[in-house]
Design a protein around this ligand. Structure first.
Ligand code: SF4
Ligand code: SF4
Length: 64
């Protein structure tokens, strides 16, 4: 099954993470706002809705 992966090198650490807001199940989060966002792979459904919303083009779907 595919899951979203956020490349930490590409994540811009946006104050308003549009990718996170686009995720219906809130699978994208950060522990610290100064850190790149991460995906909770246990709940990610691999729908890809977050990908076009990411300002840094940091998200891709990977086989998990
Ligand atoms: S692929 Fe879908 S479920 Fe997974 S983080 Fe992106 S919007 Fe959320
Ligand atoms: S929109 Fe993309 S680049 Fe910006 S914080 Fe969210 S995941 Fe990172």
């Amino acid at each position: 099954m595919v899951k979203a992966f956020i490349d930490p090198e590409k994540c811009l650490k946006c104050i308003e993470c549009e990718a996170s807001k686009s995720c219906a199940i809130n699978a994208i989060f950060s522990i610290d706002p100064d850190e790149p966002k991460i995906v909770e792979v246990k709940i990610c459904r691999g729908c890809g809705d977050c990908i076009p919303r990411c300002k840094g083009k940091a998200i891709e779907l990977v086989e998990s």
